[in-house]
Design a protein around this ligand. Structure first.
Ligand code: EPZ
Length: 431
């Protein structure tokens, strides 16, 4: 067990290089299951969610070779198994992509019901509705999703309307439909940057997908996909997290290797709060010297303000002048971090999906326990802004989605380090 120890109150200066997008990587790696041949995938982030997905592919028989830190050859030509081990699949949300990929290529899949961050109910009814419309028989029992194409045939294209613009359902249906017979149309599709990235990956391997990034995606099924090379887009949320860190702690940091267009929803809110953001090629220079001003934020599907930046922006609003209203528009329960922020002196009242944040002059360091990935990142931001020493425990949540968080923050002058926490059981056994 490890924890972060942060001595806060130091402004950040320098540059931070952004890694490949987690939520694109955890979909593109399963998508390689559908390809006959070798997929060379570049810009893969080194995070534990990616390790889990790679382990699952290997358990199916995929051959994976790592070249340098971020490039891998994934060869799924000789898959021997189609059932994902329960303990692996349930740890991570993105294991649901294995259903669409295996079903599309092999006609059957057995995948544990997915886990992931606890953000309130996380049903997969829309995934099942879509896959069923494509002709699959899907059954959930004993913690598993069992999906198969009857009579060992191929899935058939269909018109699918999503009641909610779900990221996961859009990608899963897109995966399954890629090798189906005929045309699939997804209406009210999600438009997040990683949806476009998965479509681009599949198209570069021979798929025929149009409209990704809009409300309507059209997938014309092809017979097979062939190997190729693809580089994953930079992580919008990782970049946003560091932008929020500079906003909260002050200073000037160049956030590099990003797609500024993907950052607009976040940039706009930070600027409203008095943060200066300047675009220069594939970088944003983020500067905060004066005080922060209140604003209201509502999370929404892309191109709205991302729910995955909600806890981080709450950390910034906690020290802005005035009272801000934060509305969670995607998840049922994404305010579990508020209790931890209060330990630092933040004044936040939560009523259902709304948090009212009364900005305080400063936060004061305290111990916090990460309850999920983005909440954990937000606690780090709060700790960087706070006076004195903070600790964040349960950091495995954070390691799921942030590559080298300590290295990147130390590189811009943050005083943050990882400390081993003695395992209480082992300590008791040796006492
Ligand atoms: C993806 O989750 C991301 N995860 C989440 O990021 C992100 O918060 C979310 O999209 C929204 O942007 C990955 O990409 C691996 P959804 P996903 O399906 O696909 C409801 C992070 O921190 N819904 O778009 O699970 C659902 O309850 C993680 O990186 C149904 O009702 O999200 C929610 O209210 C956390 N039925 C809304 O739709 C369904 O079948 C959006 O969920 C599916 C979803």
């Amino acid at each position: 067990m490890k924890k972060y120890v942060i001595h806060g109150g130091r402004p950040l200066y320098g540059r931070i290089e952004i890694s490949g997008a987690k939520n694109a990587a955890v979909a593109i790696i399963p998508a390689a299951l559908m390809v006959d041949g070798v997929c060379r995938i570049e810009n893969i982030p080194q995070i534990s969610d990616v390790d889990l997905i790679l382990n699952m592919l290997q358990s199916l028989g995929a051959n994976i070779r790592t070249f340098n830190r971020t490039t891998m050859d994934v060869d799924c030509t000789h898959i021997v198994n189609r059932q994902i081990p329960y303990e692996d699949g349930r740890k991570i949300r993105a294991s649901y992509y294995l259903i669409g990929a295996l079903l599309g290529r092999y006609g059957w899949a057995e995948v544990p019901l997915p886990g992931g961050c606890d953000l309130g109910g996380r049903p997969i009814d829309l995934h099942i509705k879509g896959l069923t419309a494509l002709g699959a028989e899907v059954d959930t029992r004993n913690g598993y999703v069992y999906a198969k194409v009857p009579d060992g045939g191929r899935l058939r294209g269909a018109q699918i309307y999503l009641d909610i613009a779900s990221v996961g359902a859009t990608i899963n249906i897109m995966l399954a439909a890629t090798l189906a017979e005929g045309l699939t149309v997804i209406e009210n599709a999600a438009k997040e940057p990683h949806i476009v990235d998965v479509a681009n990956f599949l198209n570069s391997m021979g798929a025929d997908i149009a409209g990704a990034g809009t409300d309507v995606i059209k997938i014309r099924g092809v017979e097979k996909l062939r190997g190729g090379e693809y580089s994953i887009i930079p992580d919008q949320i990782e970049a946003g997290t560091y932008m929020a860190a500079v906003a909260a702690a002050g200073g000037e940091v160049r956030v590099c290797g990003i797609i500024p267009k993907h950052m607009e929803c976040i940039t706009a809110k930070l600027m409203e709060m008095g943060v200066e953001v300047e675009e220069e090629g594939d970088s944003l220079i983020v500067r905060r010297s004066g005080s922060l001003q209140r604003t209201n934020v509502k999370t929404m599907p892309y191109p709205g303000f991302p729910t995955d930046m909600q806890p981080q922006i709450a950390a910034v609003l906690s020290i802005a002048q005035g009272t801000s209203v934060l509305t969670e528009g995607v998840w049922g329960n994404r305010y579990r971090y508020v209790e931890e922020f209060r330990r630092l002196g933040a004044k936040i009242q939560v009523e259902g999906k709304i948090a009212v944040i009364e900005g305080v002059d400063h936060l004061t360091g305290a111990p916090m326990e990460a309850c999920d990935l983005r909440a954990g990142a937000a606690m780090v931001i709060a700790g960087l802004a706070a006076r004195g020493t903070s600790e964040v425990t349960n950091i495995s949540h954070i390691e799921r989605g942030y590559e080298d968080l300590i290295g990147k923050l130390s590189g811009v002058g943050a005083d943050i380090r990882v400390v081993e926490v003695p395992d209480p059981e082992r300590a008791a056994a040796t006492a």
